[in-house]
Design a protein around this ligand. Structure first.
Ligand SMILES: Nc1ncnc2c1ncn2[C@@H]1O[C@H](COP(=O)(O)OP(=O)(O)O)[C@@H](O)[C@H]1O
Ligand SMILES: [Mg+2]
Length: 230
């Protein structure tokens, strides 16, 4: 079997005082899987994504992503790892409002040292593929929520990540824009992209994920394989 993209082994995360935000979680995700993480607010979903992305460290347990022990990386190593391996999409887009759409998308490649011309060409190709090339020179503030999320997805894909992580990607969108983002995630999955999406949106889980993991009070309570509808 191929190397897992994600391997969480006995992962707990405790903050001072409170109960464990994550409690002995083990989870293996293989290349090409599209996993939806479902659970009520406060159940530990974002904590789990942050640990996978190396933005946070577990209290106990190990986090391995694409063969790299993320939990033992220092700050610089973890930033480098994220640039090379992870694309992230957030509920509120997290675009830089004083950069154009094209400059937002190009930024991760520039930070990774890709040659400028090659980076521009790849960004233009992604914007074209995502249907937002006409906005390349616009500033994000001029775009609709759905368009901004497409820009965020283009940026996330810029460095050809082994793993696309999304935290409530449709949470701030109207239902039509949300449907566009779901269709986009379906296409990415069909192209072989490994995706982990945290969501409250059951239709997103049903329509885009090949696997649904439920989490409550920091523990995995269900883990089902599902058929992708679209
Ligand atoms: N920085 C923090 N300090 C203290 N407690 C936190 C912190 N971040 C999250 N928590 C707690 O950990 C639990 C899980 O939070 P989170 O992972 O954000 O949940 P979800 O994303 O499922 O809504 C919650 O009880 C939350 O209050
Ligand atoms: Mg959250």
């Amino acid at each position: 079997m191929s190397t897992p993209v994600i391997e969480l082994s006995g992962v707990s995360r405790r903050y001072e005082d409170g109960p464990a935000a994550l409690d002995e979680v083990s989870l293996t995700v293989h290349p090409g899987e599209s996993v939806a993480i479902l659970g009520p607010s406060g159940s530990g979903k974002s904590t789990m994504l942050n640990l996978i992305a190396g933005l946070d460290r577990p209290s106990t347990g190990t986090v391995t992503v694409d063969g790299v022990r993320v939990d033992t990386l220092g700050e610089a190593g973890s930033a480098r790892f994220r640039r090379a391996k992870i694309g992230m999409v957030f509920q509120f887009f997290n675009l830089l409002d004083d950069l154009t759409v094209a400059d937002n998308v190009v930024l991760p490649a520039e930070m990774a040292g890709m040659a400028r011309g090659a980076a521009r060409r790849r960004a233009a190709g992604l914007l074209d593929a995502l249907g937002i090339e006409r906005h390349a020179k616009a500033y994000p503030g001029r775009l609709s929520g759905g368009e901004r999320q497409r820009v965020a997805v283009a940026r996330a894909l810029m460095n050809r990540p082994a793993l696309l992580l999304a935290d409530e990607p449709t949470g701030a969108l109207d239902s039509a824009s949300g449907a566009d983002v779901k269709a986009l995630f379906n296409e990415l999955h069909a192209d072989g992209q490994t995706i982990v999406t945290v969501t409250h949106d059951l239709t997103l889980a049903r329509s885009c994920a090949t696997r649904t993991v439920k989490i409550a009070d920091g523990r995995i309570t269900a883990d089902h394989r599902t058929a992708v509808a679209g």
